[in-house]
Structure formats: C-alpha cells, structure tokens
Design a protein around this ligand. Structure first.
Ligand SMILES: C[S@@+](CC[C@H](N)C(=O)[O-])C[C@H]1O[C@@H](n2cnc3c(N)ncnc32)[C@H](O)[C@@H]1O
Length: 222
C-alpha cells in the first residue's frame, strides 16, 4: 500500500479524504480499522491519535468505548464531528484540536487503549519518540497500543520495489502540498524499546504497511 504517500494530497481536501483514501487503498483500510478495533471493548477509555476524519474513532465508539480523538487539522476534525453526530455516538466521543506535542497534558494511566492509524508517518523522529514515551505513560498497566502505518521494508528487493512505487508519488505529493509522509523504519523494534510487549503483528506482502497490537506490561514501571 505504498500509495499512502498520496494521503497528504487528500488531507488538503478533507471533504474528499474518506472517498479518496478508500479508492487509494481499494477499500482495504476499512478492514485494517476493523482489525484494530476488534481489540477494543465496551466502556473502555480510548485515545485516537491523529484521528483525522474519525473513521477509527467512530468504529471504537460504536463498540461502546469512550473515545477521545485528537488531531491538529481542524478541517479533518470538522468532518469527524459531523460523522460522529450522524451516527448518534456523540455521547461517547470527544474530538479535540491537539497535537502529539501536547500529550503531556493527559493524565498518567488514563487509557485502556491508545490507537493511531497513518499518523505516525507524519511525525518527525523526535515527535515519534516522544509520542511512544507519552503513550506508555498515559496507558493503564495492561493497556493496549494499536497502530497501523506505512513502513520501510528491510529486505533489499522489497526496498527496491517499494522505492520504485513511492519515489515518483512522493515527488508528486511534495510538488502539490510542499509536504510528504515518511514511512517508519523498524517500528516494531521501537515499540519494544519503548517498553511494550507485542501481541500481534500483520505486515503487507511488500513490508510497506504494518498493523501492530502491543501491551504495556502489567504493574511494570519503566
Ligand atoms: C493520513 S491522516 C490519518 C487520519 C486517520 N487516522 C485515518 O486513519 O484516516 C493523518 C492525520 O494525522 C494528523 N496529524 C499529523 N501530525 C499530527 C500531530 N503532530 N499531532 C496530531 N495529529 C497529527 C493529520 O492532521 C491527519 O489528520
């Protein structure tokens, strides 16, 4: 799913984001969300980082969880707000314009689960390291980290194939938006280094997309 790099173009037109991302991923992203949310249970406190137009937030709220969605893009949040209202789950959802740099405001041990799809690849290295640290802090012991994002393959021939797809798309995205996404290297290792235990991993065939479910260990202080 190396075409994810084009999502920056979609983000500049939030009204078309949902339809665009659906076409770009041949509808597969919806299944990714379903798999992430399959870990969420009724009444849990959940944080969705970079919630965008709120698709993942909505799915978790429909399962009866209480979800806070945060994002730095007010237009994306506005679409999310409309969808949450239309689905009659607004009692379960709080949407806030807030970036990962402000995660320090969240209370320690507050969440049963923190999820994020396609947002980590928009963060700088420093932001990503800080975010993992903050997620560990705000999760309850035994709490879940659920991530889906673009990754850099490690096997040489996969790197070449993915590079051949991504490089022209990255240039196009940059020309149109003056920004781009940055596929993540060694995400699994970084999550383990941050103190989590991996409970499941699913990689795309080209290793250019990963879904990870990980747990903060029970009663273990880092
Ligand atoms: C590609 S969209 C993904 C949105 C949604 N999670 C999804 O799966 O469709 C990435 C989102 O991350 C948000 N984002 C980027 N940098 C962020 C940051 N530093 N803090 C919070 N959100 C951020 C963007 O505004 C955007 O809405």
């Amino acid at each position: 799913m190396s075409t994810y790099v084009l999502m920056k173009i979609l983000e500049s037109a939030p009204n078309r984001y949902d339809r665009g991302i659906n076409i770009l991923t041949f509808g597969r992203l919806n299944k990714v969300y379903d798999r992430l949310v399959s870990h969420i249970k009724k009444d849990q406190q959940v944080l969705d980082i970079g919630c965008g137009t709120g698709e993942l937030t909505l799915k978790a709220a429909r399962k009866g969880a209480f979800v806070k969605g945060i994002d730095i893009n007010p237009q994306m949040l506005e679409i999310a707000r409309r969808k949450i209202n239309d689905a009659y789950v607004s009692d379960n959802v709080q949407l806030i314009e807030k970036g990962v740099a402000e995660l320090g405001d969240e209370n320690p041990g507050q969440y049963d689960a923190v999820m994020s799809s396609l947002c980590f690849s928009e963060l700088s290295e420093d932001e990503l390291n800080y975010t993992l640290k903050m997620i560990w802090r705000i999760l309850k012991h035994d709490g879940l980290l659920l991530i889906a994002d673009e990754t850099n393959p490690e096997i040489f021939f996969k790197k070449i194939i993915v590079g051949m797809i991504r490089i022209p798309l990255t240039i196009l995205t940059y020309l149109l938006t003056q920004t781009t996404t940055k596929a993540i290297t060694k995400l699994q290792e970084r999550i383990v280094e941050a103190g989590f235990n991996i409970i499941s991993i699913r990689r795309s065939k080209l290793d250019d997309f990963i879904e990870i479910a990980a747990k903060k260990p029970k009663g273990d202080e880092k």
